[in-house]
Write a protein that binds this ligand. Structure first.
Ligand SMILES: Nc1nc2c(ncn2[C@@H]2O[C@H](COP(=O)(O)OP(=O)(O)OP(=O)(O)O)[C@@H](O)[C@H]2O)c(=O)[nH]1
Ligand SMILES: [Mg+2]
Length: 294
């Protein structure tokens, strides 16, 4: 796992995009009462963008841990408790099979409860709360927004002071959604964060050396889920990571014409196995893992 030079040269790609996206986000944030921040339930810290905290100031936030069908509920519950605070509520969803629309609406109203009560106390006329959905690539923003949008739909027409290009979607009388999802670029100074993002498919496979990503995953699997490796590949787990990786390729017949392990193919297939849950649901990031919290 030495090749950190190519990693460094590749991450230079991020800051330009990030600065621009953040500026755009800051502008849009002024228009909403609260933010629905999607994070991947398998990597609840690595899939956050720490800059969002700075942009949000004290704005209420609903953190939605997505793809809970791909994670382990015992760890997800720990994360929910860990990430919750006065102005931040946390829920976990599976957008593919749950009725997420009701869940999101309820949780959002709950997040805004205090503020709505304050409006009422001040004698202000109650109005729909305005939310924006944000999250890193591939976390499930479009899937969730489509599900929410099916529930409504009345696109809210021009609102004074809001540029025409911004579309508001009225979910019900209580909630309106800014319908452009905010893409937060992941920020990773820590290589492990990069590996986690690669494992769930939130950065593409060109960004990090694929073998490093595979060996990173294999190391965790070996320590925490050896029985799953044995079940899937029926292999002996002795020796170093490279030897085990070779055995994985051989066990599945991912070989070249002259009977050598096809390394490229084995890397891709192994990562596909991971991303398609062939090794079972995995919450990769654990609380009190080897990384400082963001
Ligand atoms: N298993 C599972 N898959 C999900 C869930 N939500 C979304 N997906 C899948 O995750 C992939 C990415 O979902 P999108 O909704 O396109 O993610 P996005 O955040 O809009 O991605 P970008 O537009 O690239 O930023 C798709 O294949 C979805 O079907 C979920 O709750 N569970
Ligand atoms: Mg999308």
């Amino acid at each position: 796992m030495e090749d950190k030079t190519s990693f460094k040269s590749n991450i230079n790609w991020f800051p330009g995009h990030m600065t621009k996206a953040m500026r755009e986000m800051e502008k849009n944030l002024k228009l909403v009462d609260m933010v629905i921040e999607l994070r991947d339930c398998r990597i609840p810290l690595a899939s956050a963008n720490p800059m969002l905290d700075k942009l949000l100031h004290q704005k209420p936030r609903l953190i939605v841990l997505t793809k809970k069908d791909k994670g382990q509920m015992e760890y997800i519950s720990q994360w929910i408790e860990y990430l919750s605070n006065d102005i931040t509520k946390v829920i976990a969803i599976d957008s593919l099979s749950e009725n997420v629309a009701d869940k999101i609406v309820q949780a959002s109203l709950n997040v805004m409860k205090e503020k709505i009560n304050r409006w009422i106390r001040k004698g202000m006329k109650p109005r729909a709360i305005r939310c924006m959905v944000v999250g890193i690539p591939n976390v499930g923003k479009s899937t969730l927004i489509n599900k929410l949008a099916k529930k409504k739909i009345t696109a809210v027409s021009d609102r004074p002071g809001v540029t025409r290009s911004l579309q508001w979607v009225k979910l019900n009388k209580d909630i309106e959604l800014l319908d452009t999802p905010g893409v937060l670029w992941p920020k990773f100074e820590d290589l492990n964060v990069g590996y986690y993002l690669a494992l769930v498919g939130s950065i593409n496979d060109q960004v990090l050396p694929l073998m490093d990503v595979c060996l990173f995953a294999l190391d965790i699997l070996l320590k925490e889920y050896p029985e799953r490796l044995i079940k899937r590949y029926n292999i002996d787990l002795s020796g170093d990571l490279t030897a085990i990786f070779e055995r994985i390729g051989r066990s599945k017949n991912w070989l070249t014409a002259n009977n050598q392990v096809d390394v490229q193919r084995t890397m891709m297939m192994f990562l596909n196995d991971i991303r398609d849950d062939k090794l079972g649901p995995i919450t990769w990031e654990k609380i009190n893992g080897n990384r400082e919290s963001i």
